[in-house]
Design a binder for this molecule. Structure first.
Ligand code: DX5
Ligand code: ZN
Length: 220
């Protein structure tokens, strides 16, 4: 089953509780939370206190996307805040295997995120400790950017590669996914659809989530 993960980066930050409850009621599967440190990416967003506050508003799994340098230092903080899935960028750590193992040792799902220009081969020696791969389809930093078309081939290449390796590792795709290209990325191999502006900039965010769920259901 393909999962829908609304990204609250595009929600109204003065009403995050409401946004999270709306997403849950509309049928979202995960809440995607973007953590930016002003170093790994040039923007600053949320921290563990906010994740803890969101935790109190929803029973859905919280999918924390760490766009930070030295991610290992932050993993325990987000674990304590109630994150269920934690992804870190391969470009941000020299110790990928060790950091993923740390996330798993805390009982959380360990994800690896790749920027658009980062080759899939960077994952090859860590497959045994990866629970999901997050393919960035925009350069991280902001919501509302346009999908980079070359990422489609990267998604299908990863899907084929995972299958050939005999593994079950879901692929999450993040950036520029709208109602009109969600079907394409799902057909390419995406099993977790992140959507920020497509949901929270829509006139009716709940209807946008339901429409994404319908696409996911049709293709699952
Ligand atoms: C971008 C973030 C994304 C962002 C996606 O750096 O990682 O999760 O919220 O937003 P949209 O769907 O608007 O591209
Ligand atoms: Zn993200």
């Amino acid at each position: 089953m393909v999962l829908i993960a609304p990204s609250i980066l595009s929600a109204d930050f003065s009403r995050l509780g409401e946004a999270v409850r709306l997403a849950e009621t509309a049928g979202a599967d995960l809440i995607h939370v973007d953590i930016m440190d002003g170093h790994f990416v040039p923007n600053l967003t949320l921290g563990p206190q906010l994740v803890a506050a969101i935790r109190r508003e929803t029973r859905l799994p919280i999918d924390v996307h760490l766009m930070v340098e030295n991610p290992r230092a932050f993993v325990p903080l987000f674990h304590e805040a109630g994150a269920d899935w934690i992804s870190l960028h391969v470009e941000a750590t020299a110790h990928l295997h060790k950091d993923l193992t740390l996330i798993r040792s805390l009982g959380r799902k360990a994800g690896v995120a790749l920027n658009p220009a980062t080759p899939l081969e960077t994952l090859s020696e860590a497959l045994d400790v990866i629970d999901y791969v997050l393919i960035m389809s925009v350069n991280p930093g902001w919501g509302g950017q346009s999908f980079i078309p070359s990422c489609r081939a990267k998604i299908s290449k990863l899907r084929d590669w995972i299958r050939a390796a005999g593994r079950v590792i879901p692929i999450e795709v993040d950036g520029g996914i709208k109602l009109d290209n969600a079907e394409d990325v799902i057909r390419d191999g995406c099993e977790i659809v992140v959507a920020g502006s497509a949901v929270f900039d829509a006139p009716d965010p709940a209807a946008a989530i339901r429409a994404l769920k319908d696409i996911a259901r049709k293709l699952s």
